[in-house]
Design a protein around this ligand. Structure first.
Ligand code: B1M
Length: 215
């Protein structure tokens, strides 16, 4: 098996046996740790999604895959480019929306924003509108980042944006997640919110948008 096939298979099999050694080899070969995540590791995750969809994997096995992915990201994190910025580019609240437990993408966004001069308060998963509103009032962030992978999470983002607006909150919101599209963001989420709502297709795009907002 090639290095790429082996890396994807750790995620599919949900095993860490040999993973770190191969990640170290990949660090030599790839230009950046994020290319390893977006390439072979994500290919493994996509395969997990397909197998799960076809009932060839059960939730417990997908959880093992998620653990392997998290371990891989944690191993790669120290090698990611860090831009120390004393000025601080702004403070973000990050949350996976109510009803959704998927947090690997959100946590990747956290790492990338943190490494690039942003202050992050990660509120975790299944975050309700009330929890978010309380956190906005407590932390006075510059923007909010919402993640959600389920189709129902896209609707939850619409509800959350409405709840924030009703509370008089209008700071920019960055949204992302596999079931979301730019079109849905513009037509549904933005419509119910006073402030800017920006769609990020992946974590690096999220960083680009956050950098533009910070200017
Ligand atoms: Co779930 N799951 N899952 N799952 N799971 C999906 C999402 C699914 C597509 C699988 C499938 O059927 N093919 C499907 C959703 C169907 C739908 O609604 N469209 C699904 C389902 C159905 C479910 C359950 C309902 C299964 C069940 O219980 N019967 C259940 C739901 C639980 C709940 O949330 N209430 C469930 C549970 C789980 C596990 C707990 C087992 C586990 C999650 C563990 C964890 O996160 N801690 C899990 C996993 C691992 C997946 C898949 C296989 C992988 C997700 C992942 O981590 N990808 C997923 C299939 C797939 O995506 N291929 C699937 C890697 C990650 C880096 O990518 O999060 O997409 P992602 O993030 C990307 C971008 O989306 C973006 O940037 C990242 C890349 O740079 N991004 C942002 C994300 N958030 C962002 C925020 C931003 C900016 C960019 O700014 C703020």
């Amino acid at each position: 098996m090639s290095l790429e096939e082996r890396l994807a298979s750790y995620i599919v099999e949900g095993t860490k046996e040999g993973l770190f050694k191969d990640l170290d080899e990949a660090l030599e070969k790839y230009d950046a740790p994020l290319s390893i995540i977006n390439g072979p590791l994500m290919a493994g995750m996509d395969e997990v999604g397909k197998l799960f969809n076809n009932n060839e994997l059960i939730v417990a096995e997908v959880l093992q895959s998620a653990e392997a992915m998290k371990a891989a990201v944690a191993h790669l994190e120290p090698f990611m480019e860090k831009k120390e910025d004393d000025r601080g580019k702004g403070k973000y609240l990050l949350a996976t929306v109510k009803g959704d437990v998927h947090d690997i993408g959100k946590n990747l966004v956290e790492i990338i924003l943190k490494n690039n001069g942003f202050k992050i308060v990660n509120l975790g998963i299944k975050v309700t509108s009330n929890e978010l509103i309380e956190a906005v009032e407590r932390e006075t962030p510059d923007a909010i980042g919402l993640s959600g992978l389920l189709v129902k999470s896209t609707q939850q983002m619409v509800l959350t944006a409405n709840d924030l607006r009703e509370r008089g909150i209008s700071i920019p919101i960055l949204v992302g997640g596999a079931a979301l599209t730019r079109r849905f963001t513009e037509n549904k989420i933005s419509k119910g919110y006073e402030g800017l709502v920006l769609y990020a297709k992946d974590a690096m795009n999220g960083l680009d948008l956050a950098n533009k907002l910070a200017r």
